[in-house]
Design a protein around this ligand. Structure first.
Ligand code: ATP
Ligand code: MG
Length: 359
């Protein structure tokens, strides 16, 4: 299909710490890709985060929420600073608030060996790692975030909640994603121990019946952790609840060389937010050495998502071109920042990606 509208409007939330440092490069790459593939990007920055809270008394202004709701997609960097907290001492995490506000149930974490040298496994098949972890992002074991129940000083209880509505959406989304790839879907749960997880699996089985063309596998989370280390190249799409996904996506990032290479998307009905999996990295902020790859790859993921939604192949081709450019720039060594054992600065890494970007 062809899109009548040549402009994609994105809301940009640079956030805190290294957020603004990796946002600039990602926007440059997006602009260049748009020029090559014949579309326009209208990117408007909006404030949110711990720095904005410190200076203006609010972490997530309503105007920013409205902008995210209106935009075709949102590109978000990292938020939160160790020394800045709300008055009640809770963490400032507007990126998690946004997931709740917009019901962004599907946390998409592509794990790929962008730089085969950075894969810590000895097995040569490590270079074939290419899977997507889908993490439910609004309920599960994080549903009671900050609302735990204390029994005096004797016990504290957290809650794990699985709803049918969200699970059905999550599984259909995951099966649809698997259909665009190698048509394999692995469910990760703990159905042998937890009632909520047995319910999760039952709903998975129901939805699986609608997708007979997709091969399914069911793993308990403990066995899955081992399989991810022993045969990560065998996975295609994986789907799991919130906390398991939180943990396994870091395991996934570790398999391919760290958080600097791990993009992500948080997908809801009409709203989607794309951001690197890493945080604000306060230990290296302001030094110009942050790895911009995860943010650039998040921008590519955004173009791919938008391209599929709008049936505009230009956006999907631009997304693939950005991914190839990142791979080439990492491969040559020019984009290897300190976290990858190299010496490239953020600016040099970004320039190397731009130099490799072609139609
Ligand atoms: P959050 O709570 O926001 O997830 P975190 O403390 O778990 O934050 P990060 O801020 O992601 O984690 O940092 C973890 C480590 O990884 C730090 O040592 C940081 O310097 C490093 N790191 C994270 N992102 C990058 C990046 N883009 N480039 C280089 N190093 C990074
Ligand atoms: Mg973290």
């Amino acid at each position: 299909g062809r899109s009548l509208n040549d402009t994609i409007s994105i809301a940009v939330l640079p956030g805190d710490g290294i957020g603004p440092e990796v946002t600039g490069p990602a926007l440059k790459v997006l602009d260049r890709a748009a020029g090559i593939f014949g579309f326009r990007v209208s990117a408007v920055e909006h404030p949110a985060g711990a720095g904005h809270y410190r200076d203006h008394g609010e972490a997530l202004p309503q105007s920013t929420v409205d902008a995210v709701g209106r935009a075709d997609a949102t590109l978000l960097a990292a938020m939160g600073l160790p020394e800045v907290r709300y008055a009640d001492n809770t963490e400032i995490v507007p990126q998690i608030d946004l997931r709740e506000i917009f019901g962004l149930f599907g946390g998409v974490r592509p794990i790929r060996a962008w730089l085969p040298d950075a894969v810590p496994l000895k097995d040569p098949r490590g270079r074939d790692i290419d899977f997507v972890l889908v993490r439910e992002s609004t309920e599960g074991l994080f549903v009671g975030r900050g609302k735990e129940q204390a029994d005096g000083d004797r016990a504290v209880r957290d809650i794990m909640e699985v709803t049918r509505t969200t699970s059905e959406k999550l599984f259909r989304f995951s099966f649809d994603l698997a259909r665009t790839r190698r048509k394999q879907l692995t469910l990760v749960d703990k159905a042998n121990v937890l009632g909520s997880m047995a319910f999760f699996r039952r709903i998975f089985d129901e939805i699986a019946a609608e997708y007979p063309d997709v091969t399914t596998e069911r793993l308990y989370v403990d066995a899955c952790a081992m399989a991810m280390v022993q045969r990560p190249w065998a996975f295609d799409v994986m789907v799991t609840e919130n906390m398991f996904g939180d943990i396994l996506s870091d395991l996934g990032a570790g398999l391919i060389g760290g958080l600097g290479l791990a993009p992500s998307g948080d997908i809801g009905g009409d709203v989607a937010i794309f951001q690197p999996s890493h945080g604000t990295a306060p230990d290296i902020m302001g030094q110009g050495i942050a790895n911009p790859a995860a943010m650039i790859l998040s921008a590519a993921l955004m173009l791919d998502w938008l391209g599929r939604r709008r049936e505009d192949e230009r956006l999907q081709r631009a997304a693939s071109a950005i991914e190839r450019a990142v791979e080439a720039a990492l491969g040559s060594g020019a984009a290897r920042t300190r976290d990858l054992g190299g010496k490239a600065t953020t600016a040099a890494a970004a320039d190397a990606v731009l130099a490799e970007l072609k139609g």
